[in-house]
Write a protein that binds this ligand. Structure first.
Ligand SMILES: Cc1ncc(COP(=O)(O)O)c(C=O)c1O
Length: 381
């Protein structure tokens, strides 16, 4: 790219880590199929075994609990659609703040979807979770509870130990979307309550196209991709040893420094408040992961702001799902009761492994330019 650009959208995808690149490139030169018993096949199998151990270690899982998939969306769909196939009288409980991967998979099951609300700062309403569990017992329904750990828009960290304590001892299945938590929090999968958990490679510096479903042996999911017996019979199709090796290398290199990340966000948020005293930081008051700030300056629409920032070489996000390339309204902010006008001003800045204070300062300088242009054009900043 000719012009220097600054990437502040790690929650969408984190840049490829050098360790992941090296593992990927080395693996691409290997020949064969990991299921073959000859030396070529065995070399690929070794890479997969190593990658599996590395991802397992980062997630606090046993290697045999890791099933590689083509994305976290696939892992989520396997957990929710595959995990409810055997239900005779079932329902799915999700929060109103789930990623589309979870919401759409729940819808795709055709089962009733019971939605648990968020409070004004983005936390899952635990009283509603208790009510949903009681309702399932009263109606004799088996539940799959599918909740996220860290919100991809606001960075709010959900009260997972409370959720585990509420759902763990019941007969219901607990699935956790841990895509934004992997590498940032101690997932401790093997020793904790969730039956299944989904993670993604490209959020931790591996390439896109690789994810994993962590699944305990007792979890009864009907595989969606039968094919051969790969991935312990849980997901057919020849494994991509190169992508798995890259995911493993990124997992082994993961060195999330929560203090350094929080320092960047605090610096950014102080700077924003100085530039625009009416700035609203979403999720303030809840426990938030340190790498992300989701905020709005009233009256400064995010479509225009993102375009202006993009022209200055600053890549950020509106925070809400915009897979079609358009800025959409955020269902997470709506669930928090944020008025639509304000939600349409939401911008998300997310830092990662190669972010620096200079990046945060460059963003603040760009944002200041945006605000002063707006003032000059006659609108109050
Ligand atoms: C919370 C959350 N869940 C699921 C996904 C889907 O991950 P993938 O892109 O690997 O399918 C994402 C990606 O943005 C996410 O942030």
């Amino acid at each position: 790219m000719a012009k220097e650009t600054i990437y502040l959208d790690h929650n969408a995808a984190s840049p490829l880590r050098p360790e992941a690149r090296a593992a990927l490139v080395a693996a691409l030169d290997l020949v064969g199929n990991p299921s073959s018993v000859h030396a070529h096949g065995r070399a690929l199998r070794n890479l997969i075994d190593t990658g599996r151990r590395q991802v397992a270690r980062l997630a606090g899982a046993e290697a045999k609990q890791v099933v590689f998939t083509g994305s976290a969306t696939e892992a989520v769909t396997q957990a929710i659609v595959g995990g409810t196939k055997a239900f005779s009288a079932g329902a799915i409980a999700v929060s109103a703040g789930e990623h589309a991967a979870v919401a759409k998979a729940a819808e795709a099951t055709g089962l009733p979807v019971w939605t648990i609300g968020l409070d004004a700062v983005g936390r899952i309403d635990l009283d509603q979770l208790v009510a949903v569990l009681a309702r399932a017992d009263a109606e004799g329904v088996t539940l799959l509870v599918a909740l996220h750990w860290v919100n991809n828009e606001t960075g709010v960290v959900q009260p997972m130990s409370r959720i585990n304590a509420l759902v763990g001892p019941t007969r219901h299945t607990l699935f956790v979307d841990a895509v934004q938590a992997l590498g940032k929090l101690d997932l401790d999968f093997a020793a904790s309550a969730p039956d299944m958990l989904a993670v993604s490679g490209h959020k931790i510096g591996a390439p896109a196209g690789i994810g994993a479903l962590l699944v305990k042996a007792h979890a009864d999911t009907v595989r969606l991709i039968p094919g051969g017996g790969q991935e312990q019979g849980r997901r057919g199709g020849t494994e991509s040893a190169a992508l798995i090796a890259a995911f493993g290398a990124a997992a082994a290199a993961a060195d999330y420094d929560s203090e350094a990340m929080s320092a960047l966000s605090v610096h950014l948020e102080r700077g924003l408040a100085a530039l625009a005293p009416d700035v609203v930081i979403f999720g303030q008051g809840a426990t938030r992961i340190g790498n992300v700030t989701d905020f709005a300056v009233p009256g400064l629409g995010n479509a225009t702001a993102m375009m202006g920032l993009d022209l200055m070489g600053l890549s950020v996000s509106s925070g809400s799902a915009c897979s079609s390339g358009k800025v959409g309204a955020s269902h997470v902010l709506a669930a928090m009761g944020v008025p639509k006008d304000l939600a349409n001003c939401a911008l998300r800045v997310s830092f990662g492994w190669n972010s620096t204070l200079a990046d945060a300062d460059a963003f603040l300088a760009g944002f200041e330019t945006l605000l002063s242009r707006r003032k000059r054009d006659g609108k109050a900043a």
